[in-house]
Design a protein around this ligand. Structure first.
Ligand SMILES: Nc1ncnc2c1ncn2[C@@H]1O[C@H](COP(=O)(O)OP(=O)(O)OP(=O)(O)O)[C@@H](O)[C@H]1O
Ligand SMILES: O=C(O)[C@H](O)CO
Length: 382
């Protein structure tokens, strides 16, 4: 029996590859002869490069860049197995995990390092890009990324504005005279976005994702106003108003900067990962798919990895079992999208810290249990 194991990471505990291996161990305990296919997933956020590089037998290139708070960090981008397509994961250069919680500051954090990764790839001859958006520490509307690629963002005195979302409130002019021409004339970009939120407003980048990056309610208001100013000026300059465009609010508004200045099409991150990992081909003759994520709740329906997998698998009539660290509110409607059953791996009262440190063992145990049940349901030995 072929079982596809296609989980997202458990943020704060395990990478998607580690999750997949722990699930495989449990499956093999219950069914030693099972054929397992491990396809670590991602949704545009952290782990997207690893997932696509592994699935396509590509490689990674490391580059020192300016981190979200200007300190140097070692970031990397992926070159897929075709040797042509680059995957730029913004979280690698400008991600939340790069900053300890007490130092997070979306007023100052910049996407400059993401722009440096793109420039490095352009300098090395690459012209086909997947831009993976999510898991950012930033709320700068992608301004740092644009600056790294030659765009000049100026205040009323003609001086470059500083780094971060806050500085966008002083922006009055955009000067594209030094903009990297290779972007428009020679390259193509697919944006793989972990969310579809707009650039500004109550559902926008600042209000919805600012708080997880350390923004207080006052900062959220200031950041939303600053992004609105930026969106107004981008619209005047490019003719593209990103204010309410779906996905423009991904990665602190980086999605909006790409939509305004890059020849790019926007897709759900999970759909790009499903396509590049050829998940559908693997599902064709599978009898079951097991997916999972750190927390499954109402948010899962808005395009998280297990949701995309359930949609793909249900079209092919393959049952989908979801194993998650915690199962929150609002999961009932997920069954309508093709999830067969959803399980928390926690097996008794314990703290979050304990659950997170015991994730591999708990995953293996739960996978064994669900496979035993699955086999019993088939009424005959396989
Ligand atoms: N082993 C675990 N046991 C219990 N809860 C866990 C475990 N691992 C992670 N979590 C919970 O899941 C949360 C992370 O959820 P998840 O991994 O789904 O990422 P996310 O923040 O929803 O982002 P995304 O799905 O876009 O990557 C953690 O903050 C924690 O509350
Ligand atoms: O980076 C972020 O702001 C979130 O992951 C949404 O894209």
């Amino acid at each position: 029996m072929k079982i596809v194991i296609a989980p997202d990471s458990f943020k704060g505990s395990l990478s998607s590859e580690e999750v997949a291996k722990a699930i495989r161990d449990g499956i093999l305990r219950a069914m030693p002869a099972a054929e397992t296919v491990l396809i670590p997933m991602a949704d545009g956020g952290e782990g997207t490069v690893d997932s696509l590089v592994q699935a396509t037998h590509g490689h990674k290139i490391s580059v020192p860049v300016r981190g979200p708070l200007q300190n140097e960090v070692m970031a990397s981008y992926g070159v897929l197995g075709d040797g042509i397509t680059c995957v730029i994961e913004m979280a690698s250069a400008s991600g939340l995990v790069l900053i300890p919680e007490e130092h997070r500051n979306p007023m100052l954090a910049t996407t400059y390092g993401t722009g440096q990764l793109i420039r490095h790839a352009l300098d090395h001859g690459y012209r086909s890009f997947i831009l993976a958006l999510g898991g950012s520490a930033t709320n700068d509307g992608g301004s740092g990324m644009l600056q790294a690629l030659g765009l000049r963002l100026l205040d009323a005195d003609g001086r470059e504005i500083g780094a971060g979302g806050q500085a966008l409130s002083h922006l009055t002019q955009i000067d594209a005279s030094k903009w990297d021409e290779r972007i428009i004339h020679e390259s193509q970009f697919t944006i793989a976005s972990d969310v579809t939120n707009p650039f500004v407003g109550p559902q926008g980048a600042s209000y919805v994702f600012g708080p997880q990056k350390g923004a207080t309610p006052e900062m959220v208001e200031a950041l939303d106003a600053a992004l609105t100013n930026f969106a107004d000026l981008m619209a005047a300059h490019t003719g593209i108003a990103v204010h309410h465009l779906p996905g423009a609010g991904a990665a602190g508004g980086l999605g909006g900067a790409f939509q305004a200045f890059f020849p790019a099409s926007t897709k759900r991150g999970i759909d790009v990962v499903i396509e590049m990992t050829k998940l559908n081909e693997h599902l064709q003759d599978a009898e079951l798919v097991i997916t999972g994520e750190g927390q499954t709740d109402a948010q899962t329906a808005s395009g998280k990895a297990p949701m995309g997998i359930a949609q793909a698998a249900s079209k092919l009539g393959v049952p989908v079992i979801v194993l998650s660290g915690s199962v929150g509110q609002g999961t009932e409607k997920l069954y309508e999208y093709g999830m067969t059953s959803i399980h928390s791996i926690v097996n008794g009262p314990m703290t979050l810290q304990e659950a997170m440190s015991r994730t591999p063992e708990l995953l293996t145990q739960k996978a064994e249990q669900v496979i035993r049940t699955f086999l019993a349901g088939r009424k005959k030995e396989v």
